[in-house]
Design a protein around this ligand. Structure first.
Ligand SMILES: Cc1cc2nc3c(=O)[nH]c(=O)nc-3n(C[C@H](O)[C@H](O)[C@H](O)COP(=O)(O)OP(=O)(O)OC[C@H]3O[C@@H](n4cnc5c(N)ncnc54)[C@H](O)[C@@H]3O)c2cc1C
Length: 426
Protein backbone atom coordinates (compact mmCIF):
# COMPACT_ATOMS: atom_id res chain seq x y z
CA UNK A 1 0.00 0.00 0.00
CA UNK A 2 1.39 3.41 -0.93
CA UNK A 3 1.70 6.07 1.75
CA UNK A 4 0.52 9.68 1.71
CA UNK A 5 2.74 12.40 0.29
CA UNK A 6 2.94 14.43 3.44
CA UNK A 7 3.49 11.71 6.00
CA UNK A 8 5.63 9.05 4.36
CA UNK A 9 8.09 8.41 7.21
CA UNK A 10 5.41 8.19 9.85
CA UNK A 11 3.13 5.98 7.79
CA UNK A 12 5.90 3.63 6.79
CA UNK A 13 7.13 3.46 10.36
CA UNK A 14 3.67 3.04 11.84
CA UNK A 15 2.64 0.48 9.23
CA UNK A 16 -0.84 0.49 10.68
CA UNK A 17 -3.11 1.16 7.70
CA UNK A 18 -6.61 0.02 8.40
CA UNK A 19 -8.75 -0.85 5.43
CA UNK A 20 -11.80 -2.61 6.88
CA UNK A 21 -15.00 -1.89 4.88
CA UNK A 22 -16.83 -0.19 7.74
CA UNK A 23 -14.21 2.56 7.53
CA UNK A 24 -15.20 3.43 3.96
CA UNK A 25 -18.21 5.73 4.14
CA UNK A 26 -20.33 6.64 1.13
CA UNK A 27 -19.59 10.29 1.76
CA UNK A 28 -16.60 11.69 3.66
CA UNK A 29 -16.60 15.33 4.67
CA UNK A 30 -13.28 16.61 5.94
CA UNK A 31 -13.68 19.77 8.01
CA UNK A 32 -16.43 20.25 10.61
CA UNK A 33 -16.69 24.02 10.11
CA UNK A 34 -19.85 25.69 8.82
CA UNK A 35 -19.15 24.74 5.17
CA UNK A 36 -18.66 21.04 5.91
CA UNK A 37 -21.57 20.86 8.35
CA UNK A 38 -23.89 22.53 5.85
CA UNK A 39 -23.00 19.93 3.20
CA UNK A 40 -23.59 17.20 5.82
CA UNK A 41 -27.01 18.79 6.48
CA UNK A 42 -27.97 18.63 2.80
CA UNK A 43 -26.69 15.08 2.24
CA UNK A 44 -28.06 13.56 5.45
CA UNK A 45 -31.47 15.07 4.70
CA UNK A 46 -31.40 13.14 1.43
CA UNK A 47 -30.57 9.90 3.27
CA UNK A 48 -26.88 9.58 2.39
CA UNK A 49 -24.53 7.93 4.86
CA UNK A 50 -22.10 10.67 5.87
CA UNK A 51 -18.97 10.64 8.03
CA UNK A 52 -17.46 13.99 9.05
CA UNK A 53 -13.73 14.06 9.90
CA UNK A 54 -11.88 16.86 11.65
CA UNK A 55 -8.38 17.21 13.03
CA UNK A 56 -9.53 19.00 16.18
CA UNK A 57 -11.10 17.40 19.28
CA UNK A 58 -14.39 19.15 18.38
CA UNK A 59 -15.78 20.87 15.29
CA UNK A 60 -16.89 24.42 14.52
CA UNK A 61 -14.19 26.13 16.57
CA UNK A 62 -13.88 29.20 14.35
CA UNK A 63 -17.67 29.40 14.17
CA UNK A 64 -17.72 29.47 17.99
CA UNK A 65 -15.06 32.19 18.00
CA UNK A 66 -17.17 34.23 15.57
CA UNK A 67 -19.91 33.86 18.18
CA UNK A 68 -17.81 35.81 20.66
CA UNK A 69 -18.41 38.87 18.51
CA UNK A 70 -22.17 38.18 18.48
CA UNK A 71 -22.15 35.80 15.45
CA UNK A 72 -22.92 38.10 12.58
CA UNK A 73 -24.61 35.42 10.46
CA UNK A 74 -25.68 37.50 7.49
CA UNK A 75 -26.90 40.96 6.43
CA UNK A 76 -30.37 42.31 5.75
CA UNK A 77 -29.54 44.57 2.79
CA UNK A 78 -31.28 43.89 -0.57
CA UNK A 79 -29.93 40.87 -2.43
CA UNK A 80 -28.42 42.83 -5.34
CA UNK A 81 -26.42 45.05 -2.94
CA UNK A 82 -25.53 41.97 -0.88
CA UNK A 83 -24.26 40.13 -3.99
CA UNK A 84 -21.94 43.01 -4.89
CA UNK A 85 -19.92 42.47 -1.68
CA UNK A 86 -18.14 39.46 -3.11
CA UNK A 87 -14.97 39.45 -5.18
CA UNK A 88 -12.84 36.74 -6.73
CA UNK A 89 -13.93 33.30 -7.94
CA UNK A 90 -14.72 34.85 -11.35
CA UNK A 91 -17.57 36.81 -9.74
CA UNK A 92 -19.68 33.64 -9.40
CA UNK A 93 -20.12 33.60 -5.60
CA UNK A 94 -23.53 35.36 -5.84
CA UNK A 95 -24.81 32.30 -7.74
CA UNK A 96 -24.41 30.29 -4.53
CA UNK A 97 -26.99 32.57 -2.95
CA UNK A 98 -29.59 30.91 -5.21
CA UNK A 99 -28.93 27.75 -3.20
CA UNK A 100 -29.05 29.55 0.16
CA UNK A 101 -30.03 33.21 0.29
CA UNK A 102 -29.47 35.41 3.37
CA UNK A 103 -33.19 35.04 4.14
CA UNK A 104 -33.02 31.24 3.77
CA UNK A 105 -30.08 31.25 6.17
CA UNK A 106 -32.18 33.11 8.73
CA UNK A 107 -34.99 30.59 8.31
CA UNK A 108 -32.53 27.73 8.71
CA UNK A 109 -31.19 29.24 11.97
CA UNK A 110 -34.74 29.81 13.17
CA UNK A 111 -35.58 26.13 12.57
CA UNK A 112 -32.64 25.19 14.78
CA UNK A 113 -34.03 27.34 17.59
CA UNK A 114 -31.70 30.31 17.00
CA UNK A 115 -34.08 32.99 15.74
CA UNK A 116 -32.29 36.07 14.41
CA UNK A 117 -32.77 39.82 14.53
CA UNK A 118 -31.56 42.74 12.40
CA UNK A 119 -29.22 45.10 14.26
CA UNK A 120 -29.15 48.85 13.71
CA UNK A 121 -26.35 48.42 11.14
CA UNK A 122 -28.47 45.98 9.10
CA UNK A 123 -26.35 43.05 10.28
CA UNK A 124 -28.17 39.88 11.32
CA UNK A 125 -27.41 38.09 14.61
CA UNK A 126 -29.04 35.28 16.61
CA UNK A 127 -30.96 36.72 19.57
CA UNK A 128 -28.57 34.96 21.95
CA UNK A 129 -25.60 36.72 20.26
CA UNK A 130 -23.49 33.57 20.38
CA UNK A 131 -22.81 30.50 18.27
CA UNK A 132 -22.82 27.71 20.86
CA UNK A 133 -26.61 27.12 21.08
CA UNK A 134 -26.94 27.13 17.29
CA UNK A 135 -23.99 24.77 16.84
CA UNK A 136 -25.33 22.44 19.56
CA UNK A 137 -28.73 22.22 17.88
CA UNK A 138 -27.12 21.75 14.47
CA UNK A 139 -24.83 18.88 15.59
CA UNK A 140 -27.72 17.20 17.43
CA UNK A 141 -29.85 17.30 14.28
CA UNK A 142 -27.02 15.88 12.17
CA UNK A 143 -26.41 13.05 14.67
CA UNK A 144 -30.13 12.29 14.76
CA UNK A 145 -30.00 11.85 10.99
CA UNK A 146 -27.16 9.36 11.33
CA UNK A 147 -24.17 11.58 10.52
CA UNK A 148 -21.06 10.18 12.22
CA UNK A 149 -18.26 12.40 13.53
CA UNK A 150 -14.65 11.29 13.69
CA UNK A 151 -12.73 13.98 15.55
CA UNK A 152 -8.95 14.15 16.02
CA UNK A 153 -8.62 12.76 12.50
CA UNK A 154 -6.06 14.92 10.77
CA UNK A 155 -6.20 14.52 6.99
CA UNK A 156 -2.71 14.10 5.52
CA UNK A 157 -3.29 13.69 1.81
CA UNK A 158 -3.96 10.89 -0.69
CA UNK A 159 -2.45 7.46 -1.16
CA UNK A 160 -1.54 6.16 -4.61
CA UNK A 161 -5.09 4.79 -5.09
CA UNK A 162 -6.76 8.10 -4.26
CA UNK A 163 -7.61 6.98 -0.70
CA UNK A 164 -7.80 9.62 2.02
CA UNK A 165 -5.04 9.27 4.60
CA UNK A 166 -5.63 10.33 8.20
CA UNK A 167 -3.67 10.32 11.40
CA UNK A 168 -5.67 9.68 14.54
CA UNK A 169 -3.75 9.73 17.82
CA UNK A 170 -0.64 8.43 16.08
CA UNK A 171 -2.51 5.72 14.15
CA UNK A 172 -2.64 5.99 10.38
CA UNK A 173 -5.75 4.99 8.50
CA UNK A 174 -6.95 5.36 4.96
CA UNK A 175 -10.53 5.49 3.69
CA UNK A 176 -11.98 5.48 0.20
CA UNK A 177 -15.44 7.02 0.09
CA UNK A 178 -17.52 7.29 -3.08
CA UNK A 179 -17.46 11.09 -2.76
CA UNK A 180 -15.52 13.47 -0.54
CA UNK A 181 -15.86 17.12 0.41
CA UNK A 182 -12.83 19.11 1.50
CA UNK A 183 -14.05 21.97 3.71
CA UNK A 184 -10.74 22.78 5.34
CA UNK A 185 -11.08 26.54 5.83
CA UNK A 186 -8.49 29.24 5.06
CA UNK A 187 -5.18 29.86 6.75
CA UNK A 188 -5.89 32.11 9.73
CA UNK A 189 -6.23 31.27 13.42
CA UNK A 190 -4.41 27.98 12.85
CA UNK A 191 -4.84 27.01 16.49
CA UNK A 192 -8.54 26.52 15.71
CA UNK A 193 -7.70 23.86 13.11
CA UNK A 194 -7.42 25.62 9.72
CA UNK A 195 -3.78 26.04 8.79
CA UNK A 196 -3.79 25.89 4.98
CA UNK A 197 -1.65 22.72 4.94
CA UNK A 198 -4.00 21.41 2.22
CA UNK A 199 -2.55 23.91 -0.29
CA UNK A 200 0.57 21.84 -1.03
CA UNK A 201 -1.41 18.57 -1.15
CA UNK A 202 -3.85 19.87 -3.77
CA UNK A 203 -1.18 21.71 -5.77
CA UNK A 204 0.70 18.42 -6.09
CA UNK A 205 -2.48 17.04 -7.68
CA UNK A 206 -2.46 19.82 -10.29
CA UNK A 207 -5.25 21.87 -8.68
CA UNK A 208 -4.91 25.61 -9.45
CA UNK A 209 -4.62 27.53 -6.20
CA UNK A 210 -4.15 31.28 -5.62
CA UNK A 211 -1.75 31.89 -2.71
CA UNK A 212 -3.50 32.40 0.64
CA UNK A 213 -3.23 35.97 1.94
CA UNK A 214 -4.64 37.81 4.96
CA UNK A 215 -8.05 39.40 4.36
CA UNK A 216 -10.16 41.40 6.80
CA UNK A 217 -6.93 42.12 8.63
CA UNK A 218 -5.14 44.88 10.49
CA UNK A 219 -1.96 46.65 9.36
CA UNK A 220 1.32 47.67 10.92
CA UNK A 221 2.00 51.41 11.31
CA UNK A 222 5.25 52.95 12.59
CA UNK A 223 3.66 54.86 15.48
CA UNK A 224 6.01 56.78 17.76
CA UNK A 225 6.63 55.40 21.27
CA UNK A 226 4.75 58.27 23.01
CA UNK A 227 1.77 57.72 20.69
CA UNK A 228 1.65 54.01 21.51
CA UNK A 229 1.88 54.72 25.21
CA UNK A 230 -1.01 57.17 25.12
CA UNK A 231 -3.37 55.89 22.44
CA UNK A 232 -2.86 52.14 21.85
CA UNK A 233 -6.12 50.35 22.61
CA UNK A 234 -8.25 53.44 21.92
CA UNK A 235 -11.03 53.29 19.32
CA UNK A 236 -11.59 55.85 16.57
CA UNK A 237 -15.37 56.19 16.31
CA UNK A 238 -17.57 58.11 13.89
CA UNK A 239 -14.96 58.30 11.15
CA UNK A 240 -14.92 57.39 7.44
CA UNK A 241 -12.10 55.62 5.62
CA UNK A 242 -10.79 55.39 2.08
CA UNK A 243 -7.80 54.26 0.05
CA UNK A 244 -7.62 57.60 -1.81
CA UNK A 245 -7.81 61.15 -0.46
CA UNK A 246 -10.37 62.04 -3.15
CA UNK A 247 -12.00 58.59 -3.31
CA UNK A 248 -15.14 57.07 -1.80
CA UNK A 249 -15.08 57.30 2.01
CA UNK A 250 -16.96 54.57 3.90
CA UNK A 251 -18.24 55.11 7.43
CA UNK A 252 -16.68 52.80 10.00
CA UNK A 253 -14.73 52.45 13.19
CA UNK A 254 -11.27 51.22 13.96
CA UNK A 255 -8.90 50.54 16.81
CA UNK A 256 -5.46 52.03 17.34
CA UNK A 257 -3.07 49.29 18.47
CA UNK A 258 0.53 49.15 19.66
CA UNK A 259 1.56 47.83 16.24
CA UNK A 260 -0.82 49.74 13.98
CA UNK A 261 -4.51 49.82 13.18
CA UNK A 262 -7.35 47.28 12.90
CA UNK A 263 -11.15 46.95 13.04
CA UNK A 264 -14.18 46.88 10.77
CA UNK A 265 -13.50 50.22 9.03
CA UNK A 266 -10.01 49.01 8.04
CA UNK A 267 -11.16 45.48 7.11
CA UNK A 268 -13.60 47.00 4.61
CA UNK A 269 -10.61 48.20 2.57
CA UNK A 270 -8.13 45.48 3.47
CA UNK A 271 -8.45 43.60 0.16
CA UNK A 272 -7.04 46.44 -1.92
CA UNK A 273 -4.64 47.56 0.84
CA UNK A 274 -3.06 44.09 1.04
CA UNK A 275 -2.57 44.12 -2.74
CA UNK A 276 -1.03 47.61 -2.67
CA UNK A 277 1.35 46.61 0.14
CA UNK A 278 2.40 43.57 -1.91
CA UNK A 279 2.95 45.51 -5.14
CA UNK A 280 4.28 48.82 -3.78
CA UNK A 281 5.86 47.87 -0.47
CA UNK A 282 3.40 49.97 1.53
CA UNK A 283 -0.07 51.53 1.27
CA UNK A 284 -1.96 54.59 2.46
CA UNK A 285 -5.23 54.62 4.33
CA UNK A 286 -7.08 57.94 4.53
CA UNK A 287 -9.31 58.79 7.48
CA UNK A 288 -11.96 61.49 7.52
CA UNK A 289 -11.95 62.46 11.21
CA UNK A 290 -15.10 64.58 10.90
CA UNK A 291 -17.34 62.90 8.30
CA UNK A 292 -20.37 64.95 9.38
CA UNK A 293 -18.56 68.24 8.67
CA UNK A 294 -18.11 69.60 5.15
CA UNK A 295 -14.63 70.76 4.11
CA UNK A 296 -15.93 74.34 3.99
CA UNK A 297 -17.29 74.13 7.51
CA UNK A 298 -13.99 72.76 8.85
CA UNK A 299 -12.01 75.45 7.00
CA UNK A 300 -14.29 78.20 8.33
CA UNK A 301 -13.85 76.90 11.88
CA UNK A 302 -10.07 76.87 11.51
CA UNK A 303 -9.84 80.31 9.91
CA UNK A 304 -9.90 82.24 13.18
CA UNK A 305 -6.89 83.10 15.27
CA UNK A 306 -5.81 80.40 17.72
CA UNK A 307 -4.44 83.09 20.02
CA UNK A 308 -2.71 81.70 23.08
CA UNK A 309 -4.70 78.48 23.11
CA UNK A 310 -2.94 75.13 22.71
CA UNK A 311 -3.69 73.17 19.54
CA UNK A 312 -5.66 70.58 21.45
CA UNK A 313 -7.91 73.11 23.19
CA UNK A 314 -8.32 75.10 19.93
CA UNK A 315 -9.41 72.00 17.96
CA UNK A 316 -11.58 70.83 20.81
CA UNK A 317 -13.43 74.13 21.08
CA UNK A 318 -13.67 74.85 17.32
CA UNK A 319 -14.28 71.33 15.95
CA UNK A 320 -14.99 69.14 18.99
CA UNK A 321 -12.03 67.07 17.78
CA UNK A 322 -10.83 65.32 20.93
CA UNK A 323 -9.31 62.13 22.37
CA UNK A 324 -7.83 59.58 20.00
CA UNK A 325 -8.87 61.67 16.97
CA UNK A 326 -6.68 64.47 18.22
CA UNK A 327 -3.92 61.97 19.08
CA UNK A 328 -3.78 60.44 15.61
CA UNK A 329 -3.97 63.85 13.90
CA UNK A 330 -1.04 65.11 15.97
CA UNK A 331 0.93 61.95 15.22
CA UNK A 332 0.44 62.12 11.44
CA UNK A 333 0.86 65.81 10.52
CA UNK A 334 3.86 68.12 10.63
CA UNK A 335 3.92 71.48 12.48
CA UNK A 336 3.74 73.20 9.04
CA UNK A 337 0.44 71.46 8.28
CA UNK A 338 -0.92 72.38 11.70
CA UNK A 339 -0.24 76.05 11.09
CA UNK A 340 -1.96 76.21 7.67
CA UNK A 341 -5.80 76.22 7.89
CA UNK A 342 -6.13 74.79 4.38
CA UNK A 343 -3.55 72.03 4.89
CA UNK A 344 -5.01 71.22 8.32
CA UNK A 345 -8.51 71.03 6.83
CA UNK A 346 -7.22 68.62 4.18
CA UNK A 347 -5.57 66.51 6.88
CA UNK A 348 -8.70 66.39 9.04
CA UNK A 349 -10.87 65.38 6.07
CA UNK A 350 -8.37 62.85 4.65
CA UNK A 351 -5.65 62.03 7.17
CA UNK A 352 -3.04 59.81 5.47
CA UNK A 353 -1.88 56.84 7.53
CA UNK A 354 1.15 55.02 6.11
CA UNK A 355 0.59 51.27 6.35
CA UNK A 356 3.79 49.24 6.39
CA UNK A 357 2.35 45.75 5.89
CA UNK A 358 -0.66 43.60 6.76
CA UNK A 359 -0.60 41.91 10.14
CA UNK A 360 0.39 38.21 9.91
CA UNK A 361 -2.12 35.91 8.21
CA UNK A 362 -2.72 33.93 11.38
CA UNK A 363 -4.32 37.02 12.99
CA UNK A 364 -6.68 37.76 10.09
CA UNK A 365 -10.45 37.31 10.32
CA UNK A 366 -10.33 35.47 6.98
CA UNK A 367 -7.98 34.66 4.12
CA UNK A 368 -8.26 35.36 0.43
CA UNK A 369 -6.83 33.04 -2.21
CA UNK A 370 -7.46 29.30 -2.37
CA UNK A 371 -8.85 26.85 -4.91
CA UNK A 372 -9.53 28.79 -8.09
CA UNK A 373 -12.81 28.86 -9.98
CA UNK A 374 -11.37 27.16 -13.06
CA UNK A 375 -10.26 24.18 -10.95
CA UNK A 376 -13.91 23.38 -10.11
CA UNK A 377 -17.10 22.68 -12.01
CA UNK A 378 -20.40 24.39 -11.16
CA UNK A 379 -21.06 21.74 -8.45
CA UNK A 380 -17.73 22.66 -6.80
CA UNK A 381 -16.19 19.33 -7.84
CA UNK A 382 -12.47 19.39 -8.67
CA UNK A 383 -12.10 18.90 -12.42
CA UNK A 384 -8.78 17.11 -11.83
CA UNK A 385 -10.29 14.70 -9.26
CA UNK A 386 -13.81 13.43 -9.98
CA UNK A 387 -15.75 12.77 -6.77
CA UNK A 388 -13.65 15.28 -4.80
CA UNK A 389 -15.51 18.50 -3.91
CA UNK A 390 -14.42 21.71 -2.11
CA UNK A 391 -16.39 24.37 -0.21
CA UNK A 392 -16.07 27.30 2.17
CA UNK A 393 -13.26 29.69 2.88
CA UNK A 394 -10.70 27.46 1.12
CA UNK A 395 -12.07 28.69 -2.23
CA UNK A 396 -10.58 31.77 -3.90
CA UNK A 397 -13.21 34.39 -3.06
CA UNK A 398 -13.25 37.31 -0.68
CA UNK A 399 -15.80 39.47 1.15
CA UNK A 400 -15.78 42.05 3.92
CA UNK A 401 -17.01 41.34 7.43
CA UNK A 402 -20.71 41.96 7.99
CA UNK A 403 -22.08 38.42 7.74
CA UNK A 404 -20.99 38.03 4.11
CA UNK A 405 -18.31 35.46 4.98
CA UNK A 406 -20.51 32.98 6.82
CA UNK A 407 -23.35 33.37 4.31
CA UNK A 408 -21.12 32.43 1.35
CA UNK A 409 -19.32 29.71 3.33
CA UNK A 410 -22.62 28.03 4.19
CA UNK A 411 -24.16 28.61 0.74
CA UNK A 412 -21.12 26.94 -0.85
CA UNK A 413 -21.67 23.97 1.49
CA UNK A 414 -25.24 23.71 0.19
CA UNK A 415 -24.06 23.88 -3.43
CA UNK A 416 -21.41 21.21 -2.85
CA UNK A 417 -23.86 19.02 -0.89
CA UNK A 418 -26.38 19.02 -3.74
CA UNK A 419 -23.56 18.51 -6.25
CA UNK A 420 -22.34 15.45 -4.33
CA UNK A 421 -25.87 14.05 -4.16
CA UNK A 422 -26.19 14.40 -7.95
CA UNK A 423 -22.76 12.85 -8.47
CA UNK A 424 -23.65 9.86 -6.27
CA UNK A 425 -26.99 9.43 -8.03
CA UNK A 426 -25.30 9.36 -11.41
C1 LIG B 1 -12.30 36.17 15.16
C2 LIG B 1 -13.21 35.81 14.01
C3 LIG B 1 -14.49 36.31 13.98
C4 LIG B 1 -15.32 36.03 12.88
N1 LIG B 1 -16.60 36.53 12.88
C5 LIG B 1 -17.39 36.31 11.81
C6 LIG B 1 -18.71 36.82 11.78
O1 LIG B 1 -19.23 37.37 12.77
N2 LIG B 1 -19.43 36.66 10.64
C7 LIG B 1 -18.93 36.01 9.55
O2 LIG B 1 -19.62 35.94 8.52
N3 LIG B 1 -17.70 35.45 9.57
C8 LIG B 1 -16.92 35.59 10.67
N4 LIG B 1 -15.68 35.03 10.70
C9 LIG B 1 -15.23 34.19 9.56
C10 LIG B 1 -15.86 32.77 9.60
O3 LIG B 1 -15.79 32.26 10.91
C11 LIG B 1 -15.12 31.85 8.63
O4 LIG B 1 -15.15 32.43 7.34
C12 LIG B 1 -15.77 30.46 8.58
O5 LIG B 1 -15.66 29.81 9.83
C13 LIG B 1 -15.10 29.57 7.52
O6 LIG B 1 -15.82 28.37 7.49
P1 LIG B 1 -15.19 27.05 6.82
O7 LIG B 1 -16.13 25.94 7.14
O8 LIG B 1 -14.85 27.31 5.42
O9 LIG B 1 -13.80 26.84 7.58
P2 LIG B 1 -13.49 26.69 9.15
O10 LIG B 1 -14.56 27.25 9.98
O11 LIG B 1 -12.11 27.18 9.32
O12 LIG B 1 -13.52 25.09 9.36
C14 LIG B 1 -12.56 24.25 8.75
C15 LIG B 1 -12.44 22.97 9.55
O13 LIG B 1 -11.52 22.09 8.88
C16 LIG B 1 -10.68 21.46 9.84
N5 LIG B 1 -9.43 21.10 9.18
C17 LIG B 1 -8.56 21.92 8.54
N6 LIG B 1 -7.54 21.21 8.05
C18 LIG B 1 -7.77 19.92 8.38
C19 LIG B 1 -7.07 18.68 8.14
N7 LIG B 1 -5.93 18.64 7.43
N8 LIG B 1 -7.61 17.54 8.63
C20 LIG B 1 -8.77 17.53 9.32
N9 LIG B 1 -9.47 18.67 9.57
C21 LIG B 1 -8.97 19.84 9.10
C22 LIG B 1 -10.51 22.50 10.93
O14 LIG B 1 -10.16 21.89 12.16
C23 LIG B 1 -11.88 23.17 10.95
O15 LIG B 1 -12.74 22.56 11.92
C24 LIG B 1 -14.84 35.24 11.80
C25 LIG B 1 -13.54 34.72 11.84
C26 LIG B 1 -12.73 35.00 12.94
C27 LIG B 1 -11.33 34.43 12.96
Amino acid sequence: MAACRLCLPRFVAANTFMTSPELHPVVAIIGAGPAGLMAADVLSMQGFSVVVYDGMPSGGRKFLLAGRGGLNLTHSEPLDAFSRRYSGFDDTVPQWLDAMSPQALRTWADELGAATFVGTSGRVFPHEMKAAPLLRGWLARLRARGVEFRMRHRWQGFDANGGLCFLNAGDALTVKPRACLLALGGGSWSRLGSDGAWVDVLMAKGVEIAPLAPANCGFDVAWSAPFVEKWAGQPLKNIALSTASDGEFRAGECMLTATGIEGGGVYAWSGSLVKTCASQGQAKLFIDLLPDWSREKVLAALSVSRGARSWSSFLQSRLRLTGAKWGVLRECVTPEVMSSPIALTNAIKALPIALLRPRPMDEAISTSGGVMRQALDENLMLRAMPGMFCAGEMLDWDAPTGGYLLTAVMASGVVAGHGMARYLAS
